[in-house]
Design a protein around this ligand. Sequence first.
Ligand code: PLP
Length: 456
Amino acid sequence: MKPKDLQQVLEADLQHVWHPITQHRILAKQPPKVIVGAHGSTVVDAEGREYLDGMAGLWCVNVGYGRREIAEAVYRQLLELPYYPHTQANVPAATLADRLTELVGGEPRHTYFVNSGTEANEAAFKLVRQYHRQVHPHEPRFKIIGRHYAYHGTSLATLAAGAIPERKSKYEPLGDGFLHVPPVYCHRCPFGLTYPSCALACAKQFEYAIKAEGAETVAAVVIEPIQSALGVLVPPEEYLGEVSAACRRHGVLLILDEVINGFGRTGRWFAYQHYGVTPDLLCLAKGLTSGYQPIGAVMATSRVFDGFLGEVEENRQAAQINTWGGHAAACAAALANLEIMEREQLPARAAETGAYLLEGLRRLLSLPVVGDVRGKGLLLAVELVEDRATRAPLGGARMAAVVRGCLERGVIVGRSSGAGGGFGNCITLAPPLVLTRGEADRIVETLHTVLSGGTA
Ligand SMILES: Cc1ncc(COP(=O)(O)O)c(C=O)c1O
C-alpha cells in the first residue's frame, strides 16, 4: 500500500471506526496496524511487515491463512445459491450437519446453525430452558451454572453465564438465573489446595451448587473443557467426568462450549473427546470455518432434540430464527475447511507441534518471571509472576510490555483476561494448526528474549 493510501485508511479508521476493547485515545498516538494480507501462520501489514500470528486471529484461523480452496468453495456457492432462510433446507448446511455428526461419533446429532460463538451459547441457553419446560413441565428448571472468570460471549445472557468482571460489570444487570462456581485453576487453586490431594474440590462445587439451588430448578451447566481466556486452564483428567456425572445424577444438561477448544486445536477434533464424556449440547464457532466465513452452531443429542417434537399446535418447536443461520456460503466454507483439516490431519499435527511447543515453553521456567507453563495441543499459556515464591501475578503494565515486546519482534501473542479480579497475567498462544517447528522455536526464542531482556 502506498504511504498516502495508508494515511487515508488510517484517517478514515480513526475518524469513523469504533474498535472493540480498545482505548481510542491510545489509538490516536499508536494507530492500529492495517492488516492487508496473510499466508500460513503469518499476517502482513500495510507497510509490508510480517508477523507470526501466535493467536490465529482470535483463536480461530485453525487451517492458517491463504487457503484458496475455501475461497473458491465460497465463490462457487455464492454463484449457485448465496443464501436462503433455514426454515427450508440447503445442500451445504445439510452436508455440514451430517459431517459434524460424524466428527462427534454419532451424538450429539442435530445441528442448529447460528452466526457466532455468542449466538451458539445464547441459543443453547434458550434451548435447554425450553427443553425442560416441555419435558419436565412441573419442574421450574431455568438456572444455568457456569464458572467464575469464564467467557461465553458478548450478549447479556452469555455475559451472565460467564463472569469476567471487566467485560460485564458496566452492562449489569444481566440475564437472570445464572450462577457460578470457581474455575479449575490448579496453579492458583481457589481453595488453596493441591492436586491430587484436593480430591477435585472444584469439580465437586457443581453438585454442591445444584443441590443448594434445588436440582429441580437447574437446567444446565455450561463450561469449556479447557477454560481458555483466563489462561488456558487444562483440567486434571477426571475433572470433566466428575462434572458430567454430577449433571447426570441430577437431571441437569451439560453444555460444552468448544468455540475455542474445538476443531483440532487441542489435538483431537473436540477437546471433550480427551475426557470420555458426551455433552448434551455442544457449542461451536471459530475453527468451524477457520474464520473464512462467520458461523456458529449448537449440536444437540437426540434426547434433547426429541423434547421439541410434537404436533404443530403444541408449539414445541425451537422458538427462534436467525436470518443468517445455515448460510449456504458459510456452510460451504466450513465443509472446505473440514476437508483440509482431515486431509492434512491437523488435529494430530496440533497434538504433535503442540507437545513440541510446550516442551520449548517449559524451558522458560528457568526465568524467575515465569510461574507456570501449560497447554494441550496448540492451546497454551505461559503464566507470569512478580515472584515465584508468592506467585503474585505480574502487573498489567509489565504484561502489556511483554505483549508489545513480542509484537515489536514480529510475533503476536495474546494476554489472558480477568485483570479486574487480579488475573490477566498469562501470555496465551493459539496459533494456526499448520504452525511449523521452526515457527514454534521462534515463539519460544522471542518470549525468551523479551522475558529475560528487561522488557518484563
Ligand atoms: C469460549 C468462548 N465462547 C464463546 C465466544 C464468543 O464467540 P464470538 O466472539 O464468535 O461471539 C468466545 C469468543 O472468544 C469464546 O472464547
